[in-house]
Design a protein around this ligand. Structure first.
Ligand SMILES: Cc1cc2nc3c(=O)[nH]c(=O)nc-3n(C[C@H](O)[C@H](O)[C@H](O)COP(=O)(O)OP(=O)(O)OC[C@H]3O[C@@H](n4cnc5c(N)ncnc54)[C@H](O)[C@@H]3O)c2cc1C
Length: 467
């Protein structure tokens, strides 16, 4: 609990570092993209690893919950202080420390914005591929904590593939350095990769060493439209049979296409279209051009209604509108969007869409689905009128059925958004009691008093203590 003695000790150890206790100041740190949560008791904005370590030590000593916050774009409530305590806002740790174009790596503080690093390295002919749709807002520390993915993951992999090393503060206050600047390292357990995707529950990341690759010379964007979702999925299979590895294969269903058309006020796809694929191929100019021709042929084979190829950057941006406008288009006054990021083996996407149709019929719900077809990672949005309690209740039943079905299809309940507190009650659908217990023993080793991001990932016997 935050006591006057704890606050006094915090201020004494932090010098000029901002310690915010006013309700208005704290309100800005009470939400993420999932929604608004409880107010933290205190917000600290450190600018140095030593300050982070001092806060962790004091929280450990006083048994105060400590929650790390990046840019607050998480979809599962991970950065929200469900049990009060201290929110460590990392926004002042935002420097690109080094871009090394001989060793192809960058060293950054955690709150560098993803797109800012991408622009900085691209200006030097280098490439940092992970591209969550939130890249203009999300932080690299948040990306590491959630192991963020994005459209390019099919070809280039998710954040994990690019993390070579970390500096991190343990919840007990020690500073550790994991991995190295070398691309090979098999010394001891791989703590770097254990921390990637740990959702701010094991340690506070204060510095990240990231692998870079050379920037592809060209990328070409195509938009193919189809009369049915099955035809679009057939095109994905055809692409893979042609041994093509596009940088992006984004699948958008009819419900989502109609929502975007309403949102932007114009039809973006031909009449009779109930699914679309947005494809991006990249590489040398010759290789990208050849792949674009093969990709268009694969879509035509699957019965595409149209295949448009962007000839200019402006056209490329227009084609991407379909994908980029999805998130705002699906929100609306009074609409509660229950957003999931389930994954199935790619060949089972048709079964996943058949399941969505069954859920629509059985529960009378609007469901919009789109996502990274190359990875089988589909964002399923259950759209309900938030004033309609019965519909909200039906959506919750449907989400459990969705998760059970996805696991039966040998997939996963989350491909990139993580568990946070929103999906913690469903952990047991995918993991066995023994697996959960093993993870809890790992958590215990890092955080013996359980102060770091409590109530996240693991199902709780009781609801969060504060509301
Ligand atoms: C419109 C929109 C589109 C999105 N698209 C994608 C997408 O395509 N792919 C995808 O993967 N995600 C996507 N997301 C989800 C979100 O952007 C990612 O999960 C992102 O990685 C979160 O980064 P953040 O900086 O906002 O983290 P926050 O929301 O601040 O925190 C997320 C978690 O990370 C922990 N954390 C943050 N910083 C640190 C640190 N320095 N050390 C330890 N733990 C830390 C927090 O405690 C919390 O548990 C999207 C979100 C939105 C709103």
């Amino acid at each position: 609990m935050v006591t006057p003695a704890f606050l006094a000790a915090l201020r004494a150890s932090l010098g000029d570092t901002p310690v915010l206790v006013g309700a208005d100041e704290r309100a800005a740190y009470a939400h993420d993209a999932l929604g608004v949560g409880p107010l933290p008791d205190v917000v600290v904005r450190p600018a140095h690893t030593a300050d982070v370590a001092a806060v962790a030590r004091l929280c450990h000593e006083h048994g105060v919950p400590l929650i790390v916050r990046g840019a607050g774009t998480g979809y599962t409530g991970g950065a929200v202080a469900t049990r009060g305590g201290v929110v460590l806002a990392m926004d002042r740790l935002n420097r690109i420390i080094e871009i090394d174009d001989v060793n192809l790596l960058a060293v950054v503080e955690p709150n560098v914005i993803t797109a800012d690093l991408q622009r900085a390295v691209e200006a030097r002919g280098l490439f940092y591929p992970p591209d969550p749709a939130s890249l203009e807002q999300s932080s690299l520390g948040g990306n590491v904590a959630e192991c963020a993915g994005g459209p390019r993951a099919f070809k280039y992999g998710v954040t994990r593939r690019y993390v070579l090393g970390l500096e991190a503060v343990l919840p007990t206050g020690e500073i550790v350095r994991t991995g190295s600047k070398a691309v090979k390292n098999v010394v001891g357990y791989d703590l770097t990769q254990l921390l990637v995707g740990s959702e701010g529950t094991l340690a506070i990341v204060t510095r990240i060493t990231l692998r870079l690759i050379p920037r592809p010379a060209t990328s070409i964007t195509l938009l193919a439209t189809f009369a049915t979702i099955d035809a679009a999925v057939d095109a994905v299979t055809a692409l893979i049979r042609h041994r093509l590895v596009p940088a992006a294969i984004e699948l958008v269903d009819g419900e989502s296409l109609r929502a975007v058309a309403r949102h932007v006020g114009q039809a973006l796809v031909p009449e009779g279209c109930d699914a679309a694929l947005l494809l991006e191929v990249d590489g040398s100019a010759a290789a990208a051009a050849e792949d674009a021709v093969s990709a268009a042929a694969a879509c035509a084979e699957a019965g595409a209604l149209s295949v448009d190829r962007a000839a200019t950057e402006e056209e490329r941006q227009r084609l991407w509108t379909v994908r980029r406008q999805l998130s705002p288009a699906l929100k609306g006054p009074g609409i509660a969007k229950v957003n999931h990021d389930v994954v199935v083996p790619r060949g089972r996407i048709p079964q996943l869409f058949a399941e969505l149709e069954r859920l629509r019929q059985r529960h009378g719900l609007r469901i919009a689905a789109f996502g990274h077809a190359g990875d089988g990672n589909i964002h399923v949005n259950l759209l309900v009128d938030e004033r309609d309690e019965a519909a909200v209740a039906r959506a919750h039943v449907a989400e459990r059925e969705l998760f059970e079905r996805v696991v039966a299809l040998e997939g996963s309940i989350s491909g990139e958004h993580g568990i946070g507190f929103a999906k913690a009650p469903y952990l047991g659908i995918e993991l066995s009691p023994d697996e959960i217990a093993l993870m809890q023993r790992v958590k215990q080793a890092f955080d013996p008093k359980g102060i770091l991001n409590p109530g996240k990932i693991f199902p709780e016997p009781t609801p969060p203590a504060r509301s």
